[in-house]
Design a protein around this ligand. Structure first.
Ligand code: HEC
Ligand code: HEC
Length: 322
């Protein structure tokens, strides 16, 4: 990659240190390169998005670059619409290029599409609005906003050469077999302590240096909210299996991935912005799924019982489908 942002650089340096201490006998390697090899082996993906050096000059190239920057540092480049300190690329690895990490190129060629989440046909920009509202715990940029246009332009450009309306290997997350045993909090906690806490912290709050997030938070008030896709244990287990521990993708057993996903999503996080006034009502309408722990009692606490959403912007979002 020819253009390295300082955020990426800081993180890479921190990662190499932490990986070196974790695997003291292994020579330092680029986590991204190893993950890319794993990704193509496990997803069958052969598509290669164009390299950053090929971003065209002129206004269109500038917009593509802005889209990439929003992916990598969302709180900085789309501040108005973000309510936590995550960036899109924390979950869509390698700035949305990585197969098996819900890459943007594979998504782009499959929209417009019907989504059960809001029971309507979603354009690509409408799909992106949902990410801001839930994963970023923020508010949806209006359709046509420069932020959505830039993300759409970047996705379109990454998809250069792919046929439209055709499933493509590498989309979403690779299928993960059902766990042999029902996912379990204490087994998940043991996986977390052994394989995750080094980077994401014992408290799940992640780690920052000089205001820059190095390791993103997994729960708590700076994380994704209860309405986000990652809040479903099945999505989280698939993502984790294919992408975590960072640089050691596909190294957990499926059982470990399900257990640690359960553990992660058995912690408190920001309220679902579709809040209906009580946990019971919100669970009944939006979380009636075995994969959601919202409204369930874990260790004596009812998850989601934190009252109305803290962000007031969402009141203005009534015109946007959930
Ligand atoms: C906390 C993790 C997380 C963050 C942060 C996040 N996403 Fe996602 N994203 C997901 C998950 C999980 C899915 C799949 C969810 C589902 O299928 O319901 C997804 C799905 C998508 C899709 C559709 C993929 C497909 O193949 O249909 C797009 C596009 C997308 N996200 C873009 C973004 C953008 C742009 C941002 C930043 C504004 C963002 N996401 C932030 C986790 C995240
Ligand atoms: C070596 C450090 C490291 C380890 C160990 C690690 N992660 Fe991560 N994790 C990261 C980094 C870095 C990112 C963001 C990736 C990016 O921005 O490119 C991330 C992103 C995530 C995300 C999506 C973003 C978010 O905050 O919701 C989840 C979920 C996650 N990790 C879960 C786990 C789990 C579960 C484990 C243990 C099985 C684990 N990670 C182990 C470094 C690590």
């Amino acid at each position: 990659m020819s253009i390295v942002t300082s955020a990426t650089l800081t993180r890479t340096v921190a990662l190499l240190f932490s990986l070196a201490s974790q695997l003291s006998s292994t020579p330092a390697f680029s986590a991204d390169a190893q993950a890319a090899l794993n990704a193509s082996a496990h997803t069958g993906a052969t598509f290669q998005p164009p390299s950053e050096a090929d971003i065209p000059a002129g206004p269109f190239g500038d917009t593509i670059r802005l889209g990439r920057d929003i992916m990598l540092d969302t709180p900085r480049h789309a501040a108005r619409f973000v309510g936590n300190n995550l960036s899109c690329a924390n979950c869509h690895l390698d700035a949305g290029r990585m197969a098996g990490s819900a890459p943007l190129w594979a998504a782009y060629v499959n929209f417009p599409a019907y989504r059960a989440k809001n029971s309507k046909i979603n354009t690509y920009q409408e799909r992106l609005q949902g990410c801001f509202r839930f994963s970023m715990n923020g508010s949806a940029p209006p359709l046509g906003d420069p932020v959505l246009v830039a993300l759409e332009a970047y996705s379109f450009w990454l998809a250069t050469g792919l046929p439209v309306n055709k499933e493509v290997a590498g989309r979403g997350y690779p299928k993960l077999e059902k766990p042999a045993q029902v996912a379990d909090f204490s087994r998940g906690q043991a996986v977390y302590t052994a394989r995750c806490a080094l980077c994401h912290g014992e408290s799940g709050a992640g780690q920052s240096t000089a205001g820059q997030v190095i390791f993103p938070s997994l729960w708590g008030n700076q994380s994704y909210n209860w309405g986000a896709g990652m809040g479903s244990i099945n999505n989280a287990a698939q993502f984790i299996y294919a992408n975590m521990p960072y640089g050691m993708s596909y190294s957990l057993t499926p059982q470990e991935a399900w257990d640690v996903a359960y553990f992660m999503n058995a912690h408190e996080r920001p309220q679902d912005p579709r809040w209906l006034g009580s946990v019971e009502a919100t669970r009944a309408k939006f979380h009636d799924s075995p994969f959601s722990l919202y409204g369930q009692t874990i260790n004596g606490n009812v998850l989601g019982k934190t009252g109305a959403p803290k962000r007031t912007q969402d009141k203005d979002q009534a015109h946007i489908a959930p």
